[in-house]
Design a protein around this ligand. Structure first.
Ligand code: FES
Ligand code: FE2
Length: 369
């Protein structure tokens, strides 16, 4: 049997309650590679914030499924995505966010590409002062584009080009965001958490189950468990809390909220009446990922600097509380006790199971489209 299929045997056993994914799904290189070849390749992956590429020539590198990519704002003002690989000897072109000016220049032999990826110069390639060579076609050596889509402030890529159009792909999450006036979306700050020592799925699963909130976020939230419910709507999984009235004290969260994901890695929190938070989750290996959070207002309100700082502090603390748990979930996967994945609450973690079933379906069909 295919090793990934046999690894998932315990996951597919009919048990009550259901089990979670086996430990190997969170730590094995083989499982990670299968995710790279399926989950992160055939779906729309959120890879960046458009607000980090404000000006023409701004370039941000990001690695997805072990493929170094480059996001660039071109002269037409559009964000484009390319493989961040020089077509000469395949060096990674840009290694840190920067403004490249009009040309993306390779540091090794100075090949230069314009902001639409066209190769403009390959100096001395044919000999001293001979910038051409027999059979060498510049057009065939341009940067390799990656299918991309910008939804509001969020940049998505689809590596293999086979995902449905983004509007179709994101229809479910969009239906849970009805009434949003996207024109008023305003980023008021970004938090950079750097590397988190856990598999990316723990962060997703943690976000879409409301079970932990009252215990882990006791000091940062005021949202009673009984007011929560889970959401499972195609590739949009999450949870919600509906409150009659705002009950948050200053410095804690106590408003009606929607915690929504777009499979596989996009996370959006909507906090009524007027705020939004979006996580940029980049898986970097079986046991590591990076994360940022952008904070938005949605109704055009203006906040004082103190209010912004207060929100940043609140969200920093909430994320850190979650990271402590997800890193300990990772540590737990070193033990054979976790081989079969633990059990999932039928009331609060059915959304987690739905997410895991999507991952399981993708990895068992890696290489097929
Ligand atoms: S590797 Fe880029 S110019 Fe040589
Ligand atoms: Fe949490």
């Amino acid at each position: 049997m295919n090793p990934i299929h046999s690894l998932l045997e315990s996951f597919y056993e009919e048990t009550t309650p259901k089990r979670g994914l086996p430990a190997a799904a969170y730590k094995d290189t083989e499982f990670w590679r299968a995710e790279c070849a399926s989950v992160f390749t055939r779906n729309w992956i959120c890879v960046g914030f458009a607000h980090e590429l404000q000006s023409t020539g701004d370039a941000v590198p990001v690695t997805v499924a072990e493929h170094p990519l480059l996001l660039v704002r071109n002269t037409a003002g559009e964000i484009r995505a390319f493989h961040n690989i020089c077509r000469h000897r395949c060096l990674t072109l840009v290694d840190a966010p920067k403004n490249v000016g009009k040309l993306i220049r390779c540091p090794y032999h100075a090949w230069a590409y314009d902001l639409d990826g066209q190769l403009r110069a390959a100096p001395h390639f044919g000999g001293a002062n001979a910038h051409q060579a027999d059979g060498f076609d510049r057009k065939k050596n341009s940067l390799v584009p990656v299918r991309s889509h910008v939804w509001n402030d969020w940049i998505f890529v689809n590596l293999d080009g086979t995902a449905p159009d983004f509007d179709e792909y994101s229809a479910a999450i969009q239906s849970h965001l009805e009434g949003m006036n996207w024109d008023k979306l305003n980023c008021i700050g970004t938090l950079d958490f750097g590397e988190i020592a856990c598999n990316w799925k723990f962060i997703m699963e943690n976000f879409i189950e409301p079970y932990h909130v009252q215990f882990v976020h006791a000091s940062t939230t005021d949202q009673p468990l009984e007011d929560h419910y889970t959401i499972i709507d195609g590739n949009c999984m999450g949870s919600a809390v509906d409150l009659e009235e705002e009950i948050g004290t200053s410095g804690s969260l106590g408003v009606s909220s929607r915690y929504l994901t777009l499979y596989p890695n996009f996370i959006l929190g909507r906090y009524f009446p007027d705020q939004l938070g979006v996580y940029l989750n980049i898986p970097t290996g079986p046991g590591t990922m990076t994360q940022k959070r952008a904070l938005y207002t949605t109704e055009g309100q203006t906040l004082t600097q103190d209010e912004v700082e207060g929100l940043k502090k609140l969200w920093w603390d909430v994320h850190k509380e979650d990271h402590e748990m997800t890193e300990r979930l990772q540590l737990g996967r070193a033990s054979s006790i976790s081989d079969e994945g633990g059990v999932l609450s039928p009331a609060w973690e059915d959304s987690v199971r739905a997410f895991q079933e999507m991952v399981a379906r993708d990895v068992t069909t890696a290489g097929q489209n």
